[in-house]
Design a protein around this ligand. Structure first.
Ligand SMILES: *[C@@H]1O[C@H](CO)[C@@H](O)[C@H](O)[C@H]1NC(C)=O
Ligand SMILES: *[C@@H]1O[C@H](CO)[C@@H](O)[C@H](O)[C@H]1NC(C)=O
Ligand SMILES: *[C@@H]1O[C@H](CO)[C@@H](O)[C@H](O)[C@H]1NC(C)=O
Ligand SMILES: *[C@@H]1O[C@H](CO)[C@@H](O)[C@H](O)[C@H]1NC(C)=O
Ligand SMILES: *[C@@H]1O[C@H](CO)[C@@H](O)[C@H](O)[C@H]1NC(C)=O
Ligand SMILES: *[C@@H]1O[C@H](CO)[C@@H](O)[C@H](O)[C@H]1NC(C)=O
Length: 475
């Protein structure tokens, strides 16, 4: 949907801390799978030990400002891969070292790791119809296979995933959306298979296909994805749930309805509309930026003094904006819950290919602004929004529960998500949730709204970070 936005977003050198792993699925403690993010953080054994006691599993996950990675292994013997977590797509796939892309100059796949099917004693071939493409135009085609996959000490004996025998993207992806959105369904017309969260349920690692994401703030080093659980210490109550929007009764993507957008006390209307806002927005960790209706975005740009550049479909602000008004907030309301995003969470560092920082006409250092116009594309709440929200994705009940993030907390109180309609602990259902009147689209490949369902949502902003393309010009 979004065309390429080929910037390098401050892939500043980071030191990663790899935690030791607690063992999941012991008889005591909740049945959850927790995968931790770490960046430039000191080793914190107290925190680790707390998790160990709870019987959860923790795996390091790197946050390079706009990217949420998880380390895992595939095959026997295990090959290490580093995967990008994407709630906007539903397939896990990895590159193979011999593809013409991966074997090209600069070894573009080395960073993320690769998998060689014939070198794995547990590899099983499924079909040759793996074919995924993302909104940024990148993609991969090859085989669907199954093999042993591990995250930390949690091993999934058999998980279906794709291999990119032909690929234009060095980064392996872990899509954790609805199985219905797998490319096997959208492109090959086959029934859905168990992707990672569904397989964790099938294997009894977790009870219900539901998980929570705590990305934490832009400067922070820790974040966490918790399959099958909620961490009651990571959000500011209340945790409120909303229905996921469906199209023709089908739930295929994490779309909820945004009903108000406010900068400080001023509601953004874009000047044109008197109707209350009721737009479907996609919750997508694979998108670095947030994409909203053009008229709202342009009003927002005026209010914060952002300078839009059409050739990159992005806007720039002086980096100093991040510190200009610590109380400034962009508030997103969804019928009831309001998530307030501090302005400094919307100001992203930019580094050019040469390592220089771009400057604005007036000589101030330029930063990327975290909201961009959606144009004809889907409205998306990407990482610039998601860091400020604690989000529970409940694929069983087709609900999203949301609360404001409690930033930087080291406290943890993991509660298991059970089964049934009241499975998510501590949640209040929003009464009379507003349904979207705009922005919904079908899952059908032939759908006039576009090619959703055959297109994952991973976006190109990230491609810049992993070194695929850097075309930062002179601003
Ligand atoms: C993930 O794997 C990469 C490559 O091996 C490594 O550099 C990094 O430290 C690992 N990160 C975590 C959090 O385990
Ligand atoms: C694995 O090896 C067999 C036999 O050499 C070959 O026919 C097949 O194409 C290889 N498969 C892959 C996925 O490389
Ligand atoms: C993948 O799907 C796209 C869209 O249907 C098609 O154009 C392309 O040829 C397919 N690629 C392969 C290798 O099948
Ligand atoms: C979280 O911690 C980071 C790193 O110490 C800090 O820069 C940031 O300001 C903190 N965020 C909040 C909201 O306190
Ligand atoms: C998808 O297309 C099929 C066949 O054209 C149609 O029956 C079905 O209702 C469509 N589904 C959605 C969600 O639009
Ligand atoms: C927009 O960005 C492009 C690419 O970085 C650059 O060449 C162009 O000068 C910019 N335009 C303006 C008006 O700043």
């Amino acid at each position: 949907m979004k065309t390429s936005l080929l910037f390098a977003i401050a892939a500043l050198p980071v030191q990663t801390v790899v935690y030791a792993l607690a063992r999941p699925n012991t008889n005591d403690g909740p049945r959850v799978l927790g995968l931790e993010t770490q960046r430039r953080a000191p080793r914190n054994p107290t925190h680790r030990d707390k998790l160990r006691k709870r019987g959860t599993l923790e795996v390091g996950l790197d946050n390079e400002e706009t990217l949420y990675f998880i380390n895992g292994t595939v095959g026997t013997p295990p090959r290490e891969v580093r995967l990008h977590i994407d709630t906007g797509s539903s397939d896990l796939w990895v590159n193979t070292p011999s593809s013409s892309f991966c074997s090209s100059r600069g070894s573009p796949c080395a960073y993320s790791g690769t998998y060689e099917a014939n070198s794995s004693s547990t590899y099983e071939y499924i079909a040759s119809n793996f074919n995924i493409s993302y909104v940024d135009g990148s993609g991969a085609t090859g085989d669907y296979v199954s093999d042993t996959v591990s995250f930390g000490s949690q091993t999934i004996d058999r998980l279906q995933f794709g291999i990119g025998y032909s690929s234009t993207n060095g980064q392996g992806i872990l899509g954790i959306g609805y199985p219905l959105n797998e490319v096997q369904v959208g492109r090959a017309g086959l029934p859905p298979y168990n992707n990672l969260p569904a397989q964790l349920v099938a294997d009894g690692v977790i009870q219900s296909n539901a998980y929570s994401l705590w990305l934490n703030d832009l400067d922070a080093n820790t974040g966490n994805i918790l399959f099958g659980g909620v961490d009651a210490e990571k959000y500011v109550p209340p945790l409120q749930s909303l229905p996921i929007e469906s199209t023709s009764g089908v739930h295929g993507e994490f779309m909820i309805t945004l009903t108000n957008l406010q900068l400080n006390d001023q509601t953004l209307t874009g000047g044109s509309s008197t109707d209350p806002l009721a737009i479907a927005v996609l919750l997508d960790t694979g998108s670095s930026l947030t994409y909203l209706p053009d008229h709202l975005v342009s009003e927002l740009y005026t209010a914060v003094g952002a300078i839009y550049n059409a050739s990159t479909n992005a806007a720039y602000v002086p980096c100093a904006l991040a510190r200009s008004d610590p109380s400034a907030r962009l508030r997103f309301t969804f019928t009831s819950p309001t998530i307030a995003v501090a302005l400094d969470e919307l100001v992203l560092d930019l580094v050019t290919a040469s390592g220089a920082r771009p400057v604005l006409d007036d000589g101030q250092t330029a930063c990327l602004f975290g909201v961009a116009p959606a144009g004809e594309g889907t409205y998306v709440l990407g990482d610039t929004f998601l860091r400020s929200a604690y989000v529970v994705y409940d694929l069983e009940n087709h609900e999203i529960a949301m609360a404001s993030t409690r930033f930087n907390t080291t406290a943890t109180r993991v509660l298991e998500i059970g089964t049934g309609s009241e499975a998510v602990p501590g949640v209040t259902r929003v009464s009379d949730p507003v349904r979207a009147t705009e922005g919904l689209r079908g899952l059908n490949a032939s759908d006039s709204a576009g090619v959703r369902g055959v297109e994952g949502a991973w976006r190109a902003v990230l491609a810049g970070v992993v070194g695929v393309a850097v075309v930062m010009g002179v601003l």
